[in-house]
Design a protein around this ligand. Structure first.
Ligand SMILES: NC(=O)c1ccc[n+]([C@@H]2O[C@H](COP(=O)([O-])OP(=O)(O)OC[C@H]3O[C@@H](n4cnc5c(N)ncnc54)[C@H](O)[C@@H]3O)[C@@H](O)[C@H]2O)c1
Length: 316
């Protein structure tokens, strides 16, 4: 049976994406891969794969007759600053091995870029086509990755599609070392501790999205007819933007005694280099992208699911 392979499948996005793909195509049609030797958390086909090992990647593609790859394996922004060399090897070399495999076996590929491609010279509402001068190694790898994707699409006809995800909020697997992790941590802190120390300043505003919208955007882009995909670097997508203080206030409406203090660390400089908002009109026009969640409906839904997960009773 032709199958779908997901790299970095045990991460924040991968674990939710694998469940969604398996619900659509059947458990046996989706092969999850990640660094861990074994995994039972996702409950289906799993193989260990370090994406820096191009030969193993090729072997798995052949063995499982893979026709579609969601390539999520990556070091994120904060981890990438701590290990820039490794970030390049995983994010750029890993992608290039995959694109070579895609070229040889005519695979369809999804690869996520990020708002980290933008930098201080990008306008505060980032247009689709704009200056890309990131200040982090993560951003550098994402710009290189976007250009690689466009190159393989135009030179070799590889059907590779990409989204510049904003910060993603979810209640499944924890985030893996990014600059927007605070927007997930704060929910757990509100329910479990009643207080949170935020690593960004209160006025820091960033583009964000709730995971169900990110999954809809991903699957919507992959389902669109190829001729509608006019951007082969990566599409801007967004749902809403909020500051750390606005998210704290939205949570305090549900958890009135919740307190937040602010102690910005090295991630503040990363956040300051990114735009406040993203213009995603190209995605809306080309393949009908539209988010469903805004800040309030995201907060409501997150709290319902987290209370269930953490077995915390709802407010009377
Ligand atoms: N989560 C977000 O807010 C966000 C925002 C923008 C872009 N993205 C992008 O989406 C993709 C997935 O992000 P995520 O949030 O799920 O990240 P994550 O850190 O939660 O998961 C990444 C996974 O990749 C795996 N990995 C790391 N090195 C690897 C290697 N050498 N070989 C194989 N696997 C390896 C990790 O074990 C981890 O499970 C990444 O490309 C990331 O840049 C995420």
């Amino acid at each position: 049976m032709p199958s779908t392979l997901v790299t970095g499948a045990l991460g924040q996005i991968g674990s939710d994406l694998v469940r969604t793909l398996r619900a659509q195509h059947g458990a046996e049609a989706v092969l999850a891969t990640d660094l861990r030797e074994t995994d039972t958390s996702l409950g289906g086909l799993y193989e260990p794969l370090d994406v820096r090992d191009g030969e193993r990647l090729k072997a798995l593609i052949e063995q499982y007759e893979v026709d579609t790859v969601y390539h999520l394996a990556s070091l994120l922004s904060a981890r990438g600053e701590q290990a820039p060399e490794l970030a390049w090897e995983v994010n750029v070399n890993g992608l290039r091995y995959l694109l070579e495999g895609a070229r040889a076996r005519k695979l369809k590929v999804f690869w996520p870029s990020s708002i980290a491609v933008f930098g201080p010279t990008t306008p505060s509402t980032a247009p689709q086509q704009t200056v890309l001068e990131p200040t982090t190694m993560y951003g550098v790898t994402k710009v290189a990755g976007e250009l690689l994707c466009q190159y393989y699409a135009t030179r070799y006809g590889v059907d590779v599609r990409s989204l510049r995800y904003p910060g993603l909020i979810s209640y499944g697997a924890p985030p893996g070392g990014g600059t927007t992790d605070y927007a997930v941590e704060i929910f757990y802190a509100a329910l479990e501790d009643g207080q949170y120390t935020c690593f960004l300043a209160p006025e820091t505003r960033l583009p964000m999205m709730y995971m169900p919208d990110a999954l809809r955007a991903t699957l919507g882009l992959m389902a669109a007819p190829a001729e509608q995909i006019r951007v082969r670097t990566s599409y801007n997508v967004t749902a809403f933007s909020f500051s750390a203080a606005e998210l704290a206030a939205a949570l305090q409406e549900h958890v009135p005694n919740f307190t937040v203090t602010y102690a910005p660390d090295f991630r503040q400089a990363i956040a300051d280099s990114w735009p406040d908002r993203v213009d995603d009109s190209a995605a809306r026009a080309d393949w009908d992208w539209q988010p469903r969640y805004d800040l309030d409906t995201m907060v409501d839904d997150m709290l319902v699911h987290l209370r269930e997960k953490l077995t915390i009773p709802s407010n009377p």
